[in-house]
Design a protein around this ligand. Structure first.
Ligand code: GTP
Ligand code: ZN
Length: 306
């Protein structure tokens, strides 16, 4: 039988079948993944094959289907092991606020670069619309112009007042979506607005406490009433920074990616080279200065998470 991993503790996995059954499964044998050593072979979002053990009412995972993408967290120690947090994401949403707290453009850009590197389509949701002054609305319009131009859809909502929440609902339908954002931007409020059956979340959490693993639940997916899943796990709320080689970085800025093959030098760093198509576009106002600043900042290893 085939199913989707909707919850994982590292030793137990909840597998949801296409007809909606939820089966607790363990892994049999070893699953190795080419290229990386991971502490957990299977993560939420994975598609697996499993066999039932009828006498126990549990299943055994026997095969892992190929992933279209995945996000990892590196261990703090030097073992070089990585933890796969989630797989097969259809999109990642960054919840952003212009005030209380303010999300910096540098933080937004770092998130977008990370999503590009993971090959996950990214969208921006500006929350707390009800707090925007006229000046705030102008800043919002500027931000939207920057990001929509380069292919990142933007939405403005108020989780508190329910404004435009239906647009986010449409966006999530039948997709697996990761929610990220600074603490306090309103992710929980938004998810609560999207999941009116609050009980659904609490139930989901409590029915696994008898597995005795609640301290190590890696990640969890919540099913949406209209179809689709959201991944919201406290530890990954600020989608981790991943290591990107300096010479690769430009590929993860769509507006640079589409121009860089016109640079005179094919190893152009887009910093001070003559005949650089990126610098020309910057000069012409076709590339947003804030985006280019983020490129330099990430290139130079400066931390723009704040
Ligand atoms: N005015 C206003 N306040 C909001 C809105 N959405 C959330 N808030 C408030 O912002 C605060 C933080 O909201 P949360 O939903 O807890 O934020 P979070 O992103 O889940 O925060 P963490 O759990 O720390 O990651 C709360 O006091 C919410 O009531 C909104 O649309 N408008
Ligand atoms: Zn260049």
């Amino acid at each position: 039988m085939q199913g989707l991993i909707t919850k994982s503790t590292g030793s137990w996995y909840q597998v949801q079948t296409p007809d909606g059954q939820k089966i607790d499964c363990r892994i049999k044998g070893k699953f190795r993944i080419k290229g990386i050593t991971t502490t957990n072979p299977i993560a939420v979002g994975d598609i697996v094959d499993f066999e039932m053990e009828p006498e126990r009412g549990e299943g055994v995972i026997t095969n892992l289907h190929q992933r279209k993408n995945y996000i990892i967290r590196k261990s703090i120690n030097l073992s070089k092991q990585a933890q796969i947090i989630a797989a097969n994401l259809d999109q990642a949403i960054l919840v952003v606020t212009l005030a209380s707290p303010r999300t910096s453009l540098g933080f937004i850009d770092r998130f977008l670069v990370t999503a590009e590197a993971y090959d996950i389509p990214a969208r921006l949701v500006f929350n707390k619309l009800d707090l925007f002054s006229n000046e705030g609305l102008e800043i919002l319009a500027d931000y939207k112009a920057i990001y929509e131009e380069i292919g990142y859809p933007c939405y403005e909502v108020s989780a508190l007042q329910g404004t435009n929440i239906s647009l986010v609902q449409d966006l999530l339908k039948d997709k697996v979506t990761l929610f990220s954002g600074h603490s306090g931007v309103g992710k929980s409020s938004m998810i609560n607005a999207l999941l009116p059956e609050l009980a659904l979340r609490t139930n989901n959490i409590s029915d696994w406490s008898d597995k005795g693993q609640h301290t190590t639940t890696f990640a969890e997916m919540f099913e949406l009433p209209q179809g689709g899943f959201i991944i919201d796990t406290p530890g990954i709320r600020e989608l981790g920074v991943i290591d990107i080689e300096q010479q690769e970085l430009g590929h993860f800025f769509p507006e640079m990616r589409e121009r860089m093959n016109q640079c005179r030098f094919n190893n152009c760093r887009h910093i001070n080279e003559p005949g650089c198509a990126v610098l020309d576009a910057l000069e012409e106002g076709e590339i947003a200065p804030s985006r280019y600043d983020s490129y330099l900042s990430i290139y130079n290893g400066n931390d723009t998470r704040a």
